[in-house]
Design a protein around this ligand. Sequence first.
Ligand code: UN1
Length: 482
Amino acid sequence: MDTQSYGLHVGGRWIDAPESFTSRNPARPAELLGRFARATPELVFAAYESAADAQERWRRTSPIARGEVLYRTAEVLAGRADSLAEELAREEGKTLREARAEVGRSVSILRYFAGEAAQPVGSVLPSAGERTFLFDQREPVGVVCIITPWNFPLAIPAWKIAPALAFGNTLVWKPSELTPLCAVRLVEAFAEAGLPPGVLNLVTGLPEEIGDAVTGNPAVGAISFTGSAGVGRAIQAAAVARGVKVQLELGGKNPVVVLEDADLELAVEQTVRGAMLSAGQKCTATSRAIVTASVQDEFTEQLIERARALRVGDPLDEATDLGPVASEQQLERVLGYLAIAREEGLECALGGDRLEDANGGYFVSPTVYLDVLPESRIGQEEIFGPVLAVMAAASFEEAIWIANLVDYGLSASVFTRDLTRAFDFVRDVQAGVVHVNSETPGAEPQAPFGGTKASSSHSREQGKAAADFYTQVKTVYLDLPG
Ligand code: UN1
């Protein structure tokens, strides 16, 4: 059993902290993934000093050279995909299959932003002045603070760190305390790829001890946060008060709308995937299936049959479809919602309980509730577990109305063969990402990603949109004398 110790990464060196914390396998909580340095506010301060010191040199490094570091990092990750996927599955609890996909996705993200580093950074504009050369150019923000969740412990950090580096910023990164091993592995890959010391600093630790030091350091030029709405909004309020640029990716209560002309087999398969894989722990996971009346019985019957066939078990077993939820706290949260569903008297067609196993893993059975009222708590709140609420709609118009009846607005899907209604859905649904005939999760690196309403700060990540956050624009009026 691996109980190796891992340090913080500050100024290019791995350094110890006075105390440590552990990371555990949620499928067998007795198994430790390692001991990790528990940063203090002083050590976080040191990380910012190192990021600030490295800033001048990194911003002057050619974007082409910065892109090459990203490309080499992608190669390092690709070269150890198998061991990384296994560690990810052991530490976070998603299946090996999904962990491999996440490593592959992280490689793609790094390659995409390696190329993005060589893209145009501004434009030449016509000027009223006859001898004025007018242009704008993008410059780094400076020192960036990245705070990432446990559910995609490689991909989300990759899609924040890669553009931050490509555009010349230096960073302090605080990963979730549930997945520090994945964070260490990613930083190791950057270091091996030749990222200069101090450019990317890693502070592992407990939010209650270092949260303020991480977000409140005077060197911070921008904060990018993915996680819960409560924490995110508090960070945003404090950042806005200090004039710091901030970007939030928060939760979702993502619907699929199934219309009577849908390919039902496809709709069932994609809904089950979207709701249950990764044990429902994606901000883009499907948590509501809004089904028009005429296909409701058939859809529901097939859905329950398909979801019942899912194999819950050890993520390292190739046959497993979904593993445990990621932590004891997460288990409590999901079980709390299952209790609420019982209190609300919901009809539970499948699951509804913890799955006990010999190792005390945090398993929850895939759960489907029928006839959920759109205004109920199960119909409104983000559960972040393998729980799907099925709702009836009398018409397409009512389905859209229900879809929009939540605070969140991240992702939404419609299943139909009718092109007109597909486009009507695209036009009317309140979501930052819309799928037609595919599951609600998923985000390709070249496309902007983010939510509307309570799901984000109305900013977008990845693709060309990443430059808007990780750079600032300078406009230059260059007059030639004589
Ligand atoms: C995906 O749908 O594959 O935390 C990505 C999350 C999102 C990312 C989802 N920010 O789940």
